[in-house]
Design a protein around this ligand. Structure first.
Ligand SMILES: Cc1cc2nc3c(=O)[nH]c(=O)nc-3n(C[C@H](O)[C@H](O)[C@H](O)COP(=O)(O)O)c2cc1C
Length: 234
C-alpha cells in the first residue's frame, strides 16, 4: 500500500498568541466546545462545522467521539503502548478517564505514572497533546461515575479481565450472564475499576495551516503553578 499521495492541505483556521487564554484548561474547554459545534470563533467556521455534520449525517457516517483521546503509557523496559480512552471530565486537577486498574495501561501506570494524551479533531484540523503524571481518582468519585453508567456496562466491567487473553467470546458472554443474575439489584464498583487523573506538565495546541506551516503553542507548567506559553516550529 502506497499512501504517498494521501495528504491534506490544512486551511480552516489559524491560531494567534493573542487569542490564547492564560489557562490551558480554559483554552482546552474552548476548543472542545468548538469541536462539538457548541461554540465557534467565527460565523464561517460555525457554518463549516454545521456542513461537516450534515455531510456526515447524509453519508450515514457517525462523527468521531470528540472526547476520544489516544493514551500513551510505557512498560518497565521503556516500550510504549497506545490505545483510545474517553475523556470524562477536566478540572483543575487534570484530565480524567476511567478504566480497569489491572489492564495493561493500569499496570503500566502503577509502575510508571508518566503518560501522554492526544486529541485529533479532523473537522477543525486541530490537535491537542497533553503530557504529565497520573494519579488514581478518589474511590468515591469513581463510584459516583460508575453508578451513572448503563447497567450493561457496569456488568461488563466485572465480566472483563481487561487485557487478559480469553479463549473465545462465549466465555465472556456466559460470565456476563452469570453476573447479571448475581447482581440482581445495584451493581457495585469493581475493586479494580476506576478513574485516573492526568495532571499536565505541558499542553500543546496545534492548528493545521497551509504548506505545513502549522501554528503550535505549548503551555509549560512553572514551579509556581503558572503557565508559560511558547510558539513551537511546525
Ligand atoms: C472510541 C473508544 C473509546 C474507548 N474508551 C475506553 C475507555 O474510556 N476506557 C477503557 O478502559 N477502554 C476504552 N476503550 C478501549 C481501549 O482502547 C483498550 O482497548 C482497552 O482499554 C485495553 O487497553 P490496554 O490493554 O492497553 O490496557 C475505548 C476504545 C475506543 C475505540
Amino acid at each position: 500500500m502506497n499512501l504517498s499521495d494521501f495528504r491534506e492541505d490544512y486551511r480552516r483556521g489559524d491560531l494567534d498568541r493573542a487569542a490564547l487564554n492564560a489557562s490551558p484548561f480554559t483554552q482546552f474547554e474552548q476548543w472542545f466546545r468548538e469541536a462539538i459545534g457548541a461554540s465557534s470563533q467565527s460565523r464561517w467556521r460555525k457554518i463549516g462545522i454545521a456542513l461537516y455534520h450534515l455531510w456526515s449525517a447524509i453519508r450515514n457516517h457517525r462523527p468521531a467521539d470528540m472526547n476520544a483521546m489516544t493514551l500513551a503509557t510505557v512498560d518497565a523496559d521503556g516500550k510504549p503502548s497506545t490505545r483510545t480512552v474517553l475523556l470524562k471530565s477536566v478540572d483543575a486537577r487534570g484530565f480524567i478517564f476511567f478504566t480497569n486498574y489491572d489492564s495493561r495501561k493500569g499496570r503500566e501506570l502503577a509502575r510508571n505514572p508518566h503518560a501522554a494524551l492526544t486529541f485529533f479533531w479532523s473537522a477543525l484540523e486541530r490537535q491537542v497533546c497533553v503530557a504529565g503524571t497520573v494519579t488514581k481518582l478518589p474511590v468515591t468519585e469513581s463510584e459516583a461515575y460508575f453508578k451513572s453508567r448503563p447497567r450493561g456496562s457496569q456488568i461488563g466491567a466485572w465480566a472483563s479481565n481487561q487485557s487478559e487473553i480469553v479463549q473465545n467470546r462465549g466465555i465472556l458472554e456466559n460470565k456476563w450472564r452469570e453476573l447479571e443474575q448475581k447482581f440482581s439489584n445495584e451493581v457495585p464498583l469493581p475493586p479494580n475499576w476506576g478513574g485516573f487523573i492526568l495532571n499536565p506538565e505541558r499542553i500543546e495546541f496545534w492548528q493545521g495551516r497551509p504548506s505545513r506551516l502549522h501554528d503550535r503553542f505549548c503551555y509549560y507548567r512553572q514551579s509556581d503553578g503558572s503557565w508559560k506559553i511558547e510558539r513551537l516550529s511546525p
